[in-house]
Ligand binder design. Sequence first.
Ligand SMILES: *[C@@H]1O[C@H](CO)[C@@H](O)[C@H](O)[C@H]1NC(C)=O
Ligand SMILES: *[C@@H]1O[C@H](CO)[C@@H](O)[C@H](O)[C@H]1NC(C)=O
Ligand SMILES: *[C@@H]1O[C@H](CO)[C@@H](O)[C@H](O)[C@H]1NC(C)=O
Ligand SMILES: *[C@@H]1O[C@H](CO)[C@@H](O)[C@H](O)[C@H]1NC(C)=O
Ligand SMILES: *[C@@H]1O[C@H](CO)[C@@H](O)[C@H](O)[C@H]1NC(C)=O
Ligand SMILES: *[C@@H]1O[C@H](CO)[C@@H](O)[C@H](O)[C@H]1NC(C)=O
Ligand SMILES: *[C@@H]1O[C@H](CO)[C@@H](O)[C@H](O)[C@H]1NC(C)=O
Ligand SMILES: *[C@@H]1O[C@H](CO)[C@@H](O)[C@H](O)[C@H]1NC(C)=O
Ligand SMILES: *[C@@H]1O[C@H](CO)[C@@H](O)[C@H](O)[C@H]1NC(C)=O
Length: 651
Amino acid sequence: MHLFSICHPVPFLGLISAALVAPTSETLEYSPVEPRHVARRAAPDSPSGNYAPQTVDCPNQRPSIRNARTLSDSETSWLESRRPKTIDPMIEFFRRADLEDFDAEGFVNANSQDFSVVPNIGIAISGGGYRAMMNGAGSLATADSRVEGSLDAGGLGYLLQATTYLAGLSGGGWLVGSIFANNFSTVINLRDGAEDSNTWELSNSIFEGPAKLEGVGVLNTIEYWRDVEGSVDKKRSAGYEVSITDYWGRALSYQLINAPHGGPAYTFSSIADEPKFKSADTPMPILVADGRRPGDTIISLSSTVFEFNPWELGSPDPTVYGFAPTRYLGSNFSQGSIPENGSCVRGFDQLGFVMGTSSSLFNQFLLQNISSSDIPSFVAAAIDMVLTGIAEEDNDIAIYQPNPFYGYRPATNPFAETEQLSLVDGGEDLQNIPLHPLIQPNRKVDVIFAVDSSADTNSNWPNGTALRATAERSREEAIANGTAFPAVPDAETFINLGLNRKPTFFGCDTSEFEAGHIPPLIVYIPNAPYTYNSNFSTWKPSYSDQERNSAIENGWNVATMGNGTVDSQWLACAACAILQRSLERTGTEIPGTCNSCFERYCWNGTTDSTPVDYQPTSVLDEGATGNGGVPVSGHPLLRGLIGVTALVAVF
Ligand SMILES: *[C@@H]1O[C@H](CO)[C@@H](O)[C@H](O)[C@H]1NC(C)=O
Ligand SMILES: *[C@@H]1O[C@H](CO)[C@@H](O)[C@H](O)[C@H]1NC(C)=O
Ligand SMILES: *[C@@H]1O[C@H](CO)[C@@H](O)[C@H](O)[C@H]1NC(C)=O
Ligand SMILES: *[C@@H]1O[C@H](CO)[C@@H](O)[C@H](O)[C@H]1NC(C)=O
Ligand SMILES: *[C@@H]1O[C@H](CO)[C@@H](O)[C@H](O)[C@H]1NC(C)=O
Ligand SMILES: *[C@@H]1O[C@H](CO)[C@@H](O)[C@H](O)[C@H]1NC(C)=O
Ligand SMILES: *[C@@H]1O[C@H](CO)[C@@H](O)[C@H](O)[C@H]1NC(C)=O
Ligand SMILES: *[C@@H]1O[C@H](CO)[C@@H](O)[C@H](O)[C@H]1NC(C)=O
Ligand SMILES: *[C@@H]1O[C@H](CO)[C@@H](O)[C@H](O)[C@H]1NC(C)=O
């Protein structure tokens, strides 16, 4: 079954032998600039005060579905505040990057009012369960100027502050969702938490439940699950279909949202009212899921990709080509509007449910571990009830009923005739990095830092599969709808050329693209071993603090190339990647420093498809040149002679 095709179904490993335990892991001490606690964001704004959606008076302007031709008015006006706020951090980033032969600060300063010139940055955090959350966290920590060390050698400090969009998918969505659920706290504050906080406390598995006092008394496993079942039951009693994803999302919330009971009344749309987001002092969060009709299987070439943002849920794909207001999900939309005799509903877009939707593959994880875990039997029975009548291959579905796209664009919308919109894990179409929202031409993104924590190889490291899925889709005119994407090579080439062991740029040479259809430059940041083997199985349910902290630290090292020890010019090269599209648009000569960076970091079309088994050792031991690959067959010399063919990448 294709469900498991994203992540190898590696035999369940309760413990991972950590060959590369970081010597510094326990001594890693940050003194965050922010107070050392995880702030609560006061937005449990579901009108019911609990997990159930509730009917409310419709606002004067009745909620409706809009077509995807433009960005929403909300996003457009937010961008008018956000883009200017990225200027100062970008200047700080460039000052630190110090391109000796180009005045990047001056360039940004001179164009600081012209947003068709200054770079527009996006960050995309891949799926891959807790592994992806932790590795992604390391990269966001070093990009965040509030975190100590991010402004030291090799640190990417201010990148996050200079970013417009922050997208997450599945495990990457837990990271992005958790940051925004908790007042845009730093990763370090989330990791360390407050005394009584369970946030990012992963030593107790999701099956066991949180260990600590959380303002509501100590929860034991039975009470925790009773709590989960009770809240899901409130939704069911209010007349809404529930799915396994409701249980999964509720359980996840105890680890991700710092509020009593994991914040059953917290909504995703409340982020739009969160002061730091509203004032455009943070990037815009986006979570990704795929549409799938019951019984169908999906592949990247035909899937409809949905995004959740604080204002809207929808898809720019030519199928659905529409967006619904996130805040009013649960209302009975029909043909794009709520009929005059219909009422409005709020509180459907529960934050944990949205994070659970993007990671619905983990429904399997819940189901398959019910019998062997501490989940009490009354919960197993309740879940069993949900499963009645659902085919096994459909138990990963998150049910959105009523379907906001019911009767909408029936000529092209595969969901127009179903009362239920079913969404699944954003990685199920193999596009495991949430690039889709960031390559939409309307968003005009110039560069995407794409953090890949996929478990593609037998050894649970990425091999570029996610990039290939998005690249292939962009060549499929019927679904691509104007999106473009750089060419990327096969998995063997990623391994043999070491493209999955160090940051690699794709799409540097824009002559590869049709004029007027130039996609963002991709800065691919693949998970690789630096100070720790963070390649945990996707299904490992619990992590000691030491495992968690070491994985986050390795993620930091991945994104900084070991604080610049592998390449002291890495920060400058990242700056060049950010600037590339802007320089080209303005006809500015590419500085020598950048040319030399592009020679080193851009994939230039060379391939080496020799079969290979990837069992990497630390990048720090080998330097960036080793590829970590052991050829499966063939003499290494022969491979050197025949394997490397220079190809002009034309698709
Ligand atoms: C959110 O964080 C800011 C500091 O960044 C702080 O001033 C504010 O009080 C926090 N809000 C809540 C609800 O804790
Ligand atoms: C880089 O710096 C961070 C903290 O600033 C530290 O945790 C990490 O171990 C350092 N990396 C290396 C390779 O020393
Ligand atoms: C995208 O799809 C929509 C809906 O089918 C269509 O109207 C629009 O022209 C398409 N855009 C491009 C650039 O192909
Ligand atoms: C609203 O009106 C339509 C058509 O008049 C009818 O079919 C539908 O059942 C009504 N819905 C409700 C909730 O009363
Ligand atoms: C939505 O439609 C369904 C089916 O017609 C109906 O049972 C439900 O009460 C309606 N909900 C609202 C809020 O109008
Ligand atoms: C837990 O679920 C995962 C994913 O479905 C599965 O691979 C694993 O074997 C299960 N573990 C146990 C102990 O059943
Ligand atoms: C690359 O990853 C895919 C899964 O994403 C896997 O099927 C394939 O075997 C991998 N290839 C190599 C050489 O690792
Ligand atoms: C392309 O990159 C490879 C290394 O990946 C290098 O060996 C080769 O010389 C480069 N070719 C050109 C034309 O720059
Ligand atoms: C992690 O990677 C190391 C080195 O490549 C490998 O030996 C180990 O088996 C991998 N662990 C898992 C759980 O895949």
